[in-house]
Ligand binder design. Structure first.
Ligand code: GTP
Ligand code: MG
Length: 138
């Protein structure tokens, strides 16, 4: 079993897509282990996206991800990290096939609806940014 961190980004919350997206993960068979609504501070955003600090798009990325509330979710299941990434589709929605979350709900890279951890190490690091141990249900 694996845990993975999902963020429904500010565009998903603003467009009222959270229920639909969470529903997809539930129908897939992944379990909700933790869930909260919060607005990222610049410090949390910097921690979350520390790997992208040197990228040209970093300032706009942090500006976007702090622009409104997000839903942070821990999902659990067999191969949950890969399952979520497959369901999200590619980073750039232009390349995301219909049937994927980004393919169905997004049009541009800067507003791509959802984040999902990309490895076991990333998932452990990212879950700890948003949740304490006792906030994860057993
Ligand atoms: P996340 O789940 O959000 O981490 O997306 P990802 O893992 O599919 O992509 P990555 O970690 O490489 O990039 C993080 C975020 O930065 C993406 O979701 C995009 O919103 C943004 N991003 C990545 N590459 C580019 C780029 O070349 N240009 C712009 N404008 N934004 C980018
Ligand atoms: Mg990423």
């Amino acid at each position: 079993m694996e845990n993975t961190l999902v963020l429904l980004k500010p565009d998903a919350v603003q467009r009222k897509l959270c229920g639909e997206i969470i529903s997809r993960f539930e129908r897939k068979g992944l379990s909700l282990v933790a869930l909260k609504l919060l607005t990222l501070t610049p410090a949390i955003a910097a921690s979350h996206y520390e790997e992208h600090l040197d990228k040209p798009f970093y300032p706009s990325l942090v500006s976007f991800i702090t622009s409104g509330p997000v839903v942070a979710i821990v999902l659990r299941g067999p191969n949950a990290i890969k399952a979520v990434r497959t369901m999200m589709g590619p980073t750039n929605p232009e390349n995301a096939p219909p049937g994927t979350i980004r393919g169905d709900y997004a049009t541009v890279m800067s507003n791509n609806i959802i984040h999902g951890s990309d490895s076991v190490i990333s998932a452990q690091r990212e879950i700890a940014i948003y949740f304490t141990e006792h906030e994860l249900v057993q």
